[in-house]
Design a protein around this ligand. Structure first.
Ligand code: PTJ
Length: 246
């Protein structure tokens, strides 16, 4: 790390992520707004104990099962996700398999290209780009522009660090949405089909592990995980943990 923080520093993991998000801005991958979003995430992560809690594990299992059962899964990537977990996103794309698709809120063609290059450099099998030809319904932001063979056609979309508007639009279009969001009160958290309330830096390695595990299970066993998943109970558990200050 540039700040020469020793490995033994109690805040090493958090400071390493800060460095990664700052490097993302410097490389033209992450929007400056992404720094603010990251800071909010840091505060919430602190309150959940900077560890994967049982509510996140339960959601991650259901999310992995949904992605494995999908006809056409797609992994949507924004500027924060690309800076923090590019290798893990690429590995998830290879494992499922599923294409990655660049989809950002703060409009910038240069940043879209930089994200694509970063994902390819980390071994992504296929990185789709937004087009003017294919647009999502029910949404007006830059995130409406999608790829006709990607998000537009997907039945399950994995969208770590989503913004509420698009999550709602995808749901209204009949798609399942699996998200990672440290804020269990957000519109995204509530609107998604499955919400993993955890830091993306822990959630992605966990998803890789669970997808590999569940690939060995039967479709019936995976379906049982989806049926047992109670979205609102999971969100209430996450909120309770944050409010308890434990
Ligand atoms: O690259 P772009 O243009 O698509 O912009 C990406 C951001 C993230 C800036 C944009 O989508 C945005 O403004 O998002 P929001 O509305 O701030 O929502 C981001 C959510 O992610 C918030 O609820 C944060 O608490 C949460 N969050 C931030 N960092 C992390 C996180 N969740 C999981 N892991 C994190 N590291």
């Amino acid at each position: 790390m540039s700040a020469e923080v020793p490995h033994s520093h109690p805040r090493y993991a958090s400071l390493r992520l800060r460095e990664a998000i700052v490097a993302g801005v410097e490389k033209g991958i992450t929007s400056v707004h992404g720094l603010i979003a990251h800071g909010r995430g840091e505060a919430l992560d602190y309150l959940i104990g900077e560890a994967t809690q049982p509510f996140a594990l339960e959601a991650a299992r259901a999310g992995a099962a949904l992605l494995l059962g999908a006809r056409h899964p797609v992994i949507s990537v924004n500027g924060n996700a690309a800076a923090l977990v590019p290798a893990e996103l690429a590995a998830l794309g290879r494992l499922l398999p599923a294409p990655l698709e660049v989809n950002i809120f703060h409009t910038s063609a240069a940043r879209e290209q930089a994200i694509r290059a970063e994902l390819l450099a980390h071994g992504a099998p296929e990185v789709l780009m937004p087009t003017r030809e294919a647009q999502l319904s029910y949404i007006e932001s830059n995130r409406r522009f999608v790829h006709p063979e990607g998000i537009l056609r997907a039945d399950v979309v994995f969208v770590p660090l989503e913004d509420g508007d698009r999550c709602q639009a995808l749901r209204r279009m009949g798609k399942e949405v699996v998200t990672v969001d440290l804020n269990p009160l957000s519109r995204t958290a509530h609107t998604a089909s499955v919400t993993i309330v955890d830091n993306i830096a822990r959630a992605l390695p966990l998803m890789l592990e669970l997808v590999a595990q569940l690939q060995q299970e039967s479709a019936a066993a995976r379906d049982a995980l989806i049926t047992a998943y109670d979205h609102h109970r999971v969100l209430r558990a996450a909120e309770a943990r944050i409010r308890s200050g434990a």
